[in-house]
Design a protein around this ligand. Structure first.
Ligand code: ATP
Length: 236
């Protein structure tokens, strides 16, 4: 579904991605883990068209998407939930979902998708008329994910969905990741600092370190790798 070959991305002179290769097959949950500043967010921004790589190829469903505007990439079926859950604080939950569906023309389809989102996140239905900014952190993360689902994506990019959440919400978010994958068949690329949880839900994983892929493989193999256990799973 997605193939990334030799991608280099810069911020001015800062060489953030140094030739990364990633492959994601349809129906997989793939984790991308790594420490602070490793380039995880930059990778997602490069895939969704927010950043343009200087070199390399990104192909999504067989099409080269390098240089394509972000909204066109979304139109092809890729949806990105950015870091820090950028919802609209002054708009209600429902209005936030409506905005997520701006690419969808049919009111009927939009309403159906909002109902699907509410089925997945009953808490959002209860808070339909509440302003986004008044939701708890976990509820805002649910809203950010629900909004990204309004375009019915085939590939969902999730940037640190568990960041700053209480253990109860972390569980809820990982549960949703699994349900989306199992019940809807959504392919998911999950960026996480919470490596243990991410490796628990993912089928395969990539470990990014200072802009390079250091290790990749089945999630279970990555989780048992000694260097990963020391660096990311808190073992001595
Ligand atoms: P974190 O988990 O801390 O968010 P990350 O793995 O997502 O880390 P990135 O945010 O992708 O890492 O950052 C990769 C590198 O690019 C870092 O060295 C960072 O300082 C740099 N960088 C990120 N955003 C910018 C920017 N807007 N301008 C300049 N440099 C940036």
């Amino acid at each position: 579904m997605l193939e990334v070959n030799g991608v280099h991305t810069y911020y001015g002179h800062i060489h953030a991605l140094k030739g990364i290769d990633i492959k994601i097959n349809q129906g997989e949950v793939v984790a991308l883990i790594g420490g602070n500043g490793a380039g995880k967010t930059t990778t997602l921004r490069t895939l969704s068209g927010m950043l343009r790589p200087k070199n390399g190829e990104v192909s999504f469903k067989g099409r080269n998407i390098v240089g394509m505007p972000a909204h066109d990439i979304m139109g092809l079926g890729m949806s990105h939930v950015p870091e820090g859950r950028r919802i609209f604080p002054q708009l209600t939950v429902r209005e936030n979902l409506d905005i997520g569906a701006y690419k969808v023309n049919s009111r009927k389809v939009i309403n159906e998708r909002i109902n699907e989102a509410y089925a997945l996140f009953p808490r959002l239905k209860e808070r339909e008329k509440q302003l986004g900014g008044t939701l708890s952190g976990g509820e805002q993360q649910m809203l950010a994910i629900a909004r990204a689902l309004m375009v019915d994506p085939e590939l969902l990019l999730l940037d640190e969905p568990s960041m700053g959440l209480s253990p109860k919400f972390v569980e809820a978010i990982f549960d949703i990741v699994q349900r989306l994958n199992q019940e809807r068949g959504t392919t998911i690329l999950l960026v996480e600092q919470n490596a243990l949880m991410a490796l628990g839900v993912a089928k395969r994983a990539y470990v990014l370190q200072t802009g390079e892929i250091r290790l990749s493989g089945n999630a279970a193999d990555v989780a048992s790798d000694e260097s990963v256990r020391k660096a990311y799973l808190g073992e001595e």
